[in-house]
Design a protein around this ligand. Structure first.
Ligand SMILES: Nc1nc2c(c(=O)[nH]1)N[C@H]1C(S)=C(S)[C@@H](COP(=O)(O)OP(=O)(O)OC[C@H]3O[C@@H](n4cnc5c(=O)[nH]c(N)nc54)[C@H](O)[C@@H]3O)O[C@H]1N2
Ligand SMILES: Nc1nc2c(c(=O)[nH]1)N[C@H]1C(S)=C(S)[C@@H](COP(=O)(O)OP(=O)(O)OC[C@H]3O[C@@H](n4cnc5c(=O)[nH]c(N)nc54)[C@H](O)[C@@H]3O)O[C@H]1N2
Ligand SMILES: [Mo]
Length: 706
């Protein structure tokens, strides 16, 4: 909230359509000036004519699969002006596009979980609710904690933020397994297990080992509801607590005691999504499920396995799952797609083969990249590599309210309105209300709604009617509302400003039905049961994701582990210019937290500008000493706008503190090809000499370019 006001008319807003000089003068083509070139403002009609002609050239000469329109990102809380939906609908009306699958949020789990429990839904939206947990759960073993900073976010928005209240009412003891002590509110009764990053799977295996050795596992549950425990049990043989202590840094005696406590209590094992946003990210999720199966409490209220408590506001929420109005996107005639986090590989390696969930696929040849509503120079890893990838296409188009790094690396930048500057319908997946989002500010500069921009392009390409169906934005809102609810009338709803949604079906969990009768209510796995060993996954033959949970050491090591997690002062990179985000900066840069012992060893004190570096890149940050971090671990949240300085004597760096210059552009595994951006290995040093100014929040326009 506090970020909205200042960002609304901030100088970082894109005021008018702008075209990169090189593209304007030399036409489309690969260009390594992207991200360095200046922009020239061009009148709307002119830019739309040029862009329509270029879209037509690419689809005619190269085919529609040469248009990459995946456009991943979190723009807009509204249902109608949802930027990706608008873009996909538009591209579908002109013949389709290469899209992207899955998410940066939980793209590893969404590929793994169908093999293990039948679908993702089973653990995400059918988990025990917070009130059930408050009533029944005695022990929560929280891998990644339940970070309160994250629960204010829900896709589509949310009217009531329930999770903090639920957390305050917990009676369960919590075993907080995380490198960061503040991954749980300090008000919760917790014991902290300061695990080494990327080693949770070893800890889980040793807990499982202890259950077996002490005969505490539920053999009956494993036999009736699971397949493949015997193979896993054989694998566990040498995964004892001493072995795990050496890897995780958690003393063996503590592991044994925790395993006993888990078996003796109603225990909920939770794993945050961050753990699967890593190399081998399948393993902690699968091992967590195997461990919960061994406790035999899956399907009991408040017991079993949960995924994403503390990752998103609606996990564990009590609201009914809703069908809310949405914009129909039409049908994409192109069947090409990439797993979402393979964007740089797509652009750098057209034609190259890769594995994905049992398939061998090939990257198509991309000529035009179209992004609306996302910021790959926020969300992707190894930004220096992404910069090289962005030199390859003929044309890059970006719709943006702000001059983000992605806009700066584009050829055509079209100014988009924000949610405050247009009308929409707002609601989350488990919301209590549908909100009439009234316009509360005029569009900044010459900004237009994404819909209006696409409607103008559609008209130039002869498909205006197919795209707009003859409706204005307001007429679309009325249409979407009316095809969803007859009463109250749209006018009434709009005047009231909100509609309270009736409570839906009683919350019930898939696993409760399965537990009651696994034959009548099988899981949607090949066996109908929980697959502790998956013959399907084993059959793929991937060394980085074999047929049951295993310990796979990370391919990089020390000196320091960087946790690049979600920022608590904003949503991703959005509104970094806002007051709350700015107030969180240290020495004008993103805040890097480090343990006082690591700081002392490097002569660093709070408030210093530091250089964080590895072989892939470097960034500057503002140091804060904090013993809430395990020694050897530093934390730099995502979201500072990428601010490349190419000619610095220490080498190229980001002056602002974007951790994605440090993360590796590797997949979680060949199975899921998920994002592995949560971790990197780095070193940190005090930065001496004049620190380059942060320029990311100033527009890259030539003075008086109009
Ligand atoms: N290292 C590391 N990287 C990560 C992660 C991590 O844990 N570590 N987490 C990942 C995760 S989970 C995610 S979800 C991604 C998030 O990545 P993104 O969703 O790409 O990040 P946002 O900053 O939300 O980008 C949304 C963009 O849309 C713009 N926008 C807002 N409203 C509108 C609109 O109406 N129209 C248009 N055209 N644009 C609009 C905003 O200005 C902003 O630039 O990041 C991922 N990246
Ligand atoms: N304020 C705010 N809230 C958000 C977002 C935001 O940008 N800002 N983004 C939203 C989105 S799109 C998503 S997908 C979710 C993401 O939800 P998550 O992925 O769960 O969130 P993160 O903050 O990235 O990570 C949670 C915690 O995991 C811990 N962790 C990291 N590595 C390890 C490890 O190896 N072992 C253990 N045990 N713990 C580890 C970190 O200390 C971190 O604080 O958050 C959502 N909520
Ligand atoms: Mo996410």
């Amino acid at each position: 909230m506090g970020n909205l006001a200042a960002a609304l008319d901030h100088p970082s807003r894109v005021a008018r359509p702008a075209v990169r000089r090189g593209w304007l003068e030399d036409g489309p083509g690969p260009d390594d000036r992207r991200g360095r070139d200046e922009f020239v403002e061009v009148p709307w009609d002119d830019v739309l004519d040029r862009l329509a002609a270029e879209l037509d050239r690419v689809r005619t000469r190269h085919g529609n699969q040469a248009i990459f329109g995946g456009s991943y990102g979190w723009a807009s809380a509204g249902r109608f002006h949802h930027a990706q939906s608008q873009l996909h609908r538009f591209l579908n009306t002109i013949g389709g596009f290469t899209g992207s699958r899955n998410t940066y949020s939980n793209g590893t789990s969404s590929v793994l979980l169908p093999h293990v429990v039948g679908d993702m839904h089973a653990v995400l939206r059918q988990a025990s609710t917070w009130p059930t947990i408050a009533e029944h759960t005695e022990l929560i073993v929280a891998f990644g904690g339940v970070p309160e900073k994250n629960v204010f976010v829900t896709p589509g928005g949310v009217t009531v933020h329930g999770t903090p209240g639920h957390l305050a009412r917990l009676r369960a003891r919590v075993a907080l397994v995380s490198p960061l002590r503040d991954d749980l509110p300090s008000t919760v009764d917790a014991r902290w297990y300061p695990v080494r990053p990327a080693t949770d799977t070893a800890l889980m295996l040793a807990l499982a080992h202890t259950l077996v050795v002490e005969g505490l596992h539920d053999r009956e549950f494993l036999a009736r509801y699971c397949v493949g425990f015997p193979e896993f049990e054989r694998y566990l043989r040498d995964k004892d607590p001493e072995w795990a202590a050496g890897i995780t840094g958690i003393p063996a005696a503590d592991i044994v005691a925790l395993a006993r406590e888990m078996a003796a209590n109603r225990t909920l094992i939770t794993v945050t999504w961050s753990l699967q946003r890593t190399e081998h990210g399948e393993q902690p999720v699968w091992a967590g499920i195997a461990l919960a199966a061994m406790l035999g409490q899956i399907g009991l209220p408040g017991g079993g396995f949960g995924h994403g408590y503390g990752s998103m506001g609606d996990v564990g929420d009590t609201g009914p799952e809703l069908r809310v109005p949405y914009l129909p996107q039409g049908v994409n005639p192109v069947d090409e797609f990439i797993p979402v986090a393979r964007i740089a590989d797509l652009l750098l390696h057209p034609g190259r083969k890769y594995d994905y969930n049992g398939e061998v696929r090939r990257y198509p040849d991309t000529r035009l990249v179209y992004w609306a509503g996302g910021n790959p120079f926020h969300h992707h890893q190894d930004l220096n590599r992404l910069r090289r990838a962005f030199t390859r296409p003929d044309t890059i188009v970006v719709h943006e309210p702000h001059w983000t790094a992605t806009a700066r690396h584009a050829d055509v930048v079209l100014p988009a309105t924000t949610a405050l500057e247009r009308e929409d319908l707002g609601s989350g997946r488990r919301d209590t209300h549908l909100i009439a989002m009234h316009r509360i500010a005029p569009p900044a500069g010459e900004a237009r709604d994404d819909y209006t921009i696409f409607a103008a392009l559609a008209a130039r390409l002869g498909v205006a009617e197919a795209f707009t169906e003859g409706r204005s934005p307001r007429e679309w809102l009325e249409h979407l509302y009316r095809s969803w609810r007859e009463e109250p009338t749209f006018d009434r709803f709009w005047a009231d400003g909100e509609l309270r949604l009736p409570p839906g079906r009683e919350h019930h969990t898939l696993f409760a039905d399965f537990r009651a009768d696994p034959v009548a209510h099988p899981l949607r796995t090949p066996s109908g049961r929980i697959e502790i060993t998956s013959a399907t996954v084993a059959g793929f033959g991937y060394p980085d994701c074999p047929g049951h949970p295993v310990w796979l050491p990370p391919s990089e090591s020390g000196p320091l582990w960087l946790i690049a997690n979600q920022p608590h002062t904003r949503l991703h990179s959005q509104l970094d210019a806002g007051d709350v985000s700015q107030a969180g900066k240290v020495a004008g840069r993103e805040r890097l937290r480090l343990n006082p012992a690591d700081a002392a060893a490097r002569g660093i004190t709070t408030g210093d500008v530091v250089r964080v570096f590895n072989t892939r890149g470097a960034c500057l940050a503002g140091a804060v000493l904090d013993d809430a971090l395990r020694p050897g671990v530093v934390q730099l949240p995502t979201g500072a706008w990428f601010d490349p300085v190419e000619d610095h004597p220490t080498g190229p760096l980001c002056a602002h503190g974007n951790p994605n210059v440090l993360t590796a552009d590797i997949p979680s595994s060949r199975l899921s090809q998920g994002c592995a951006g949560q971790h990197a290995t780095v070193d940190v040093e005090r930065f001496t000499g004049p620190a380059p100014r942060v320029r990311a929040l100033h527009p890259p326009l030539r003075k008086g370019s109009r």
